[in-house]
Write a protein that binds this ligand. Structure first.
Ligand code: KG4
Length: 334
């Protein structure tokens, strides 16, 4: 079965062709970082306008690179939510239109299911059940993955997502967008224990996250430095901030594994590109005898191959989506 995946939930337009939920024939993505960079964050109206321009060429390129045509496609899988409604609507309407015209089945996919399953795009794959930490710009959540179609939400951020915290801290330090990779780069020459920024552990055994207090702590620290006439030591601030985020993400994942008696942990979402997070995730998992899996950055950040993969399994299990369905802004994974 050949699956065409389409993703447009935020600021990347992506398309991919997957064979039988296993083999990636192509995976194409255009980023809008340059458009949103001057604003320090994604501007929804600009994002949907650019999706409109990009969706057709990106899909065409994905088919071309896979050396197939639309006539060869058996299923269209498309992100239905969560995300920016205007952005989602572009990919979703495009997918529905192709499905209608070609009399193909289509499957709306929850973007989070794509992230949870993205590790299956790699050769080294986990067994179910596993704990998945998904940390991106739009969300930070912990899931118990029981099968390719069954996921339980264990905890999520009560305010900012981890990637959002990186982006906001970058902005207040005068760094550009997206802030995650830049903060990570600056952190390389800083000391992670230079400033003891707060860690929001929340209630005992809570698997929720909170990063807005940490962001405010960075702001307050910078303001105090300024009042004392001191130039902020950006590298130390970045390293200490990053350490606080990484420690909470990793320890909460280990906590989830312990509370649910699970021996496998998986990392996904854009923030998992963070080298320090990967290092600590592997080290702490080994300390606790947990099997640990992290997809390469191309599959842990937003991409359409993971949408094709999740759509393939969801279609096989639940059947096609109806044309009456619409996009949604909040994840439907309970
Ligand atoms: O999953 P993703 O590609 O898409 C959205 O959520 O839209 O994640 C993007 C997020 C951004 O907030 C970005 O700053 C963050 O992932 N990010 C990183 C790194 N690379 C990307 N955060 C920390 N360290 C990185 N190396």
């Amino acid at each position: 079965m050949l699956i065409l995946g389409i993703e447009s939930s935020c600021d990347d337009t992506a398309a991919a062709v997957l064979e039988d939920g296993e083999k990636i024939l192509s995976s194409v993505l255009t980023s809008q970082d340059q458009i949103h960079s001057p604003f320090g964050g994604v501007v929804p109206e600009l994002a949907s306008r650019r999706h409109l321009e990009s969706v057709y060429p990106v899909v065409k390129e994905a088919l071309h690179r896979a050396e197939v045509s639309l006539a060869d496609i058996d299923l269209i899988a498309v992100t239905q939510g969560p995300g920016l409604i205007g952005s989602l609507l572009v990919g979703f309407s495009f997918a529905k239109a192709i499905a209608k015209v070609r009399s193909l089945p289509y499957k709306g996919v929850d973007h989070m299911a794509g992230h949870i399953l993205s590790i299956f795009l790699e050769q080294d794959r986990p067994n179910f059940p596993y704990i998945a930490l998904i940390a991106s710009g739009g969300t930070t959540s912990l899931y118990l993955a029981k099968s390719c179609t069954s996921f339980t939400l264990l905890g999520r951020t009560r305010d900012d997502a981890a990637g959002e915290a990186f982006d906001k801290v970058a902005k207040l330090l005068g760094l550009s967008y997206p802030g995650g990779p830049i903060v990570a780069k600056m952190a390389e020459s800083g000391a992670p224990d230079f400033i003891d920024f707060p860690r929001a552990w929340l209630e005992e055994n809570s698997l929720d996250f909170s990063f807005s207090g940490l962001k405010t702590a960075v702001l307050n620290y910078c303001n105090r430095q300024k009042q004392q006439g001191l130039a902020p030591q950006i590298d130390h601030i970045c390293a200490s901030f990053q350490e606080a985020v990484v420690e909470v993400l990793v320890e909460k994942t280990l906590r989830a594994a312990r509370l649910h008696g699970i021996d496998t942990v998986v990392l996904g979402g854009g923030v998992s590109a963070n080298t320090r997070l990967r290092q600590v995730f592997f080290r702490r998992s080994a300390d606790h005898n947990l099997k640990c899996f992290v997809p390469r950055p191309a599959y842990s950040t937003d991409n359409a191959a993971m949408i094709a993969l999740a759509g393939y399994h969801s279609y096989n299990h639940f059947g096609p989506s109806s044309f009456a369905e619409d996009v949604y802004s909040r994840s439907q994974l309970a």
